[in-house]
Design a binder for this molecule. Sequence first.
Ligand SMILES: CC(C)(COP(=O)(O)OP(=O)(O)OC[C@H]1O[C@@H](n2cnc3c(N)ncnc32)[C@H](O)[C@@H]1OP(=O)(O)O)[C@@H](O)C(=O)NCCC(=O)NCCS
Length: 163
Amino acid sequence: MQWRNRPDVTRWLLRTTVSADDLRERLMGEPDPRDHSFVVLLGEERVAMGYLEVRDGMGQDGGREPVGAEALLGWNISPGHWRRGIGTAICAELLAIAFGELRVRRVEAGCFADNVGSWKVMEKCGMRREQHGIEDSWHAELGWVDGFTYAMLRREWEDQRAR
Ligand SMILES: CC(C)(COP(=O)(O)OP(=O)(O)OC[C@H]1O[C@@H](n2cnc3c(N)ncnc32)[C@H](O)[C@@H]1OP(=O)(O)O)[C@@H](O)C(=O)NCCC(=O)NCCS
């Protein structure tokens, strides 16, 4: 997975460098019950990663409902495999895991506004742009730039599947 730290891959990532040890630990270390990330294999080649972290929703103290109610999603694809539908397929699979298996009630994912490929992937999977943050995101080369937050509810995903 040496492609993970290539500049064309990290251009729009928040975490620009991940050490091989960190990656190994995340994928093969002690399982974290909130981390449902996966690697995508094409034959024997590791061509992509999907990230899914279960987290608590926002809510007043005392209620149990927000505990584990949400998931945060993400994806990275090896540059040799861009624009072949892998990003869209990963996003669809992450939604299926989050809503179908883990039964969270809402998912969210964020991206820099200029990362067109990433927000197109989300829109193709039926996620909704809920926030356009004006200059809310720091980019090492570009300075303060716009960011988007996308989201979807389980009932929307179920409605979409029923159509
Ligand atoms: C962004 C990324 C996930 C897109 O993945 P992908 O597998 O190329 O996406 P898909 O092939 O499923 O394409 C989905 C749509 O986005 C479009 N698209 C993909 N990359 C694009 C780009 N750089 N600019 C404009 N449109 C793009 C595709 O043409 C397609 O649209 P269409 O169906 O209207 O033709 C991939 O380029 C990537 O991993 N980049 C580096 C890491 C990264 O930025 N991760 C996301 C962080 S938020």
